[in-house]
Design a binder for this molecule. Structure first.
Ligand code: NDP
Length: 244
């Protein structure tokens, strides 16, 4: 199955590292114009060096007003990947208000905000579009020390469904991809310890973590017309973890 995005314009948040960076590059390879949004300028410089057609936008997405300002001239977008997130692990009894606010600001509020900005344009143009929110297996399964992260991803799953409901009439599809552990910088925070990693892989029927490419392929499918009738879906990319 060949997927092309010629003539499409994509925006990827959290495109400086990991899954977001790989998604931005894959979209560009498939012919899309790509706007890459992240907060570390060096990451954007590095991305543009590798793929000069990428348009960089440097902003801290936890800041609502700064995001509004940074994206006001972004132009039409057909494909949105809400990927940026933070994951700071804290035992439940030690969760701090700062960490709670930061996590919800980036993982949920920024996803809603960027989608509003993009979907308003899609609606006005009447051209439809596709939005993929990057959630996690943690949205549906309790993980130790992940109280806030799990809560943000649970909220994001429900946001995906309501967006699918309200934006569907404008032919804007909204779906989520929910990976198991991927050994990006974020993945390493929680799962570098081999004992801990084993405790997770032993619960995954395929017996391994996901690769970045596994996640990117599912994102591309949901962005593309190959999934033209798929809307409001929470798609695990977890080797069967959530099935058990
Ligand atoms: P990384 O930490 O490797 O990359 C996250 C990217 O998001 C970075 O470029 C980061 O920039 C950016 N970002 C974070 N906060 C902000 C912010 N406030 N403003 C702008 N950009 C920001 O994460 P992954 O690639 O692993 O994760 C991508 C997505 O996949 C996330 O939604 C994550 O929750 C999800 N996921 C990841 C899993 C994993 O095991 N890795 C498992 C399941 C889901 P900077 O580095 O400058 O902060």
């Amino acid at each position: 199955m060949e997927i092309t995005f010629s003539g499409k314009r994509a925006l990827v948040t959290g495109a400086g590292k990991g899954i977001g960076r790989a998604t931005a590059l894959a979209l560009a390879r498939c012919g899309s114009e790509v706007t890459a949004v992240t907060r570390t300028k060096a990451d954007l410089d590095n991305l543009v060096q590798e793929c000069p057609s990428v348009k960089p936008v440097c902003v801290d997405l936890s800041d609502w007003d700064a995001t509004e300002q940074a994206l006001k001239d972004v132009g039409p977008v057909d494909l949105l990947v809400n990927n940026a997130a933070c994951a700071k692990l804290q035992p439940f009894l030690e969760v701090t208000p700062d960490q709670f606010d930061m996590s919800f600001n980036v993982n949920v509020k920024a996803a809603l905000h960027v989608a509003q900005i993009v979907a308003r344009g899609m609606k006005a143009r009447g051209s439809g579009g596709s939005i993929v929110n990057i959630s996690s297996q943690a949205s549906q399964c309790a993980l130790k020390d992940h109280a806030v992260y799990c809560a943000t991803k649970g909220a994001l799953d429900m946001l995906t469904r309501v967006m699918a409901l309200e934006l569907g009439p404008y032919q804007i599809r909204v779906n989520s991809v929910n990976p198991t552990v991927v050994m990006t910088e974020m993945g390493k925070i929680g799962w570098s310890d081999p004992e801990k990693a084993k405790s997770m892989t032993s619960r995954i029927p395929l017996g391994k973590f996901a690769e970045v490419e596994d996640v990117v392929n599912s994102i591309l499918f949901l962005l593309s017309d190959k999934s033209a009738m798929t809307n409001g879906v929470i798609l695990p990319v977890d080797g069967g973890f959530l099935a058990c």
